[in-house]
Design a protein around this ligand. Sequence first.
Ligand SMILES: *Cc1c(COP(=O)(O)O)cnc(C)c1O
Length: 369
Amino acid sequence: MEKQILVTRSSMPEFEEYIEEIRPVFESRWLSNMGKKHMTLIEELKQYLGVEKLDLFTNGHMALELSLDALNLSGEIITTPFTFISTTHAIVRNGLTPVFCDIDPLTCTIDADQIESLITEKTSAIMPVHVYGNVCDVEKIEAIAKKHNLKVIYDAAHAFGVTYKGKGIGNFGDVSCYSFHATKVFHTIEGGAAVYHDDEVGKRLWMLKDFGIQDEETIDLVGPNAKMNEFCAAMGLCNLRHVDGEIAKRKKAAERYRKNLSGITGLRLNCVQKDVNTNSAYFPVFFDPAVFGSDRNEVQAELKEHGIFARKYFYPCVNACGAYRKSYDPDDTPVAQEYSRQVLTLPMFADLTEEEVDRISEVILSCRK
Ligand SMILES: *Cc1c(COP(=O)(O)O)cnc(C)c1O
């Protein structure tokens, strides 16, 4: 039996490095509630991401949910259906209404040219996603937001460390939210962050993640508990020391995939964007069955036969999921719908070897008919 290759594998520091990092947490018995590791991680992330203001959360989803809350939005939010369900849930759980805009066929991010046609008097914000670490059309989105007085909240869960024209991607929009889940490029086991620019928004985020508490006797907001604990922050401090090396290794694996799989008819690779320094978070491939011969499901099954686990990320489209399909028609966003049927994200993680990439590529190429 060949060695199994899963779609992802978490980056880890050395065991001893983590133990040293949590030793003072054990000694102080300050385990959560904005302790030393939490505060240090905020500072180090600001530096790494090239941003000025940032707060930490239990996970990326809570960063999204509380950011929408902190911005005092109402009515409709224009967003993409080609994302992880969390983006849309964050909107709906705030009592807001998602309005789905189709995606750009090259970048898989929200099609900025279609946003304006979806704006109504109820629209209060745009919520795009930097899918697969691909950068949204941030300039066009900013111009639209300015013209119509809308807020912009980026779901940057895939975009840790990504820069556009030399600027950290978190600098765009009113808020950008990162996920530090174990499967992401950088992780804190579970965790997330919101980069913001307005101090009032920052104050609200800080209170909202702690039940809305301002001080012992002042609780003016209604918030959940979304505080990052010290053990997660410590894992983040360790992982941050190694993240550049991990991204470099991902890039090597991605290059190898590109070498093996580019120029194959019926098989499309993810775009390479000008002015973008990517993080190689994912390696999506899109199969056109009429040309390639096999469809995405057949390729996935064949890979599985060989102990290789690829994922349909994202399928179904959000507007085709049970939670939303009663209120929406996925055929309103035909590109997203088609891509969700064609996509397979191949195994991608720092420790993926070139031999493994070759093995995966060979199985895929054997599916051509
Ligand atoms: C991972 C992810 C989230 C949610 O982040 P968690 O840390 O798992 O809560 C949200 N949006 C996208 C696009 C993601 O990939």
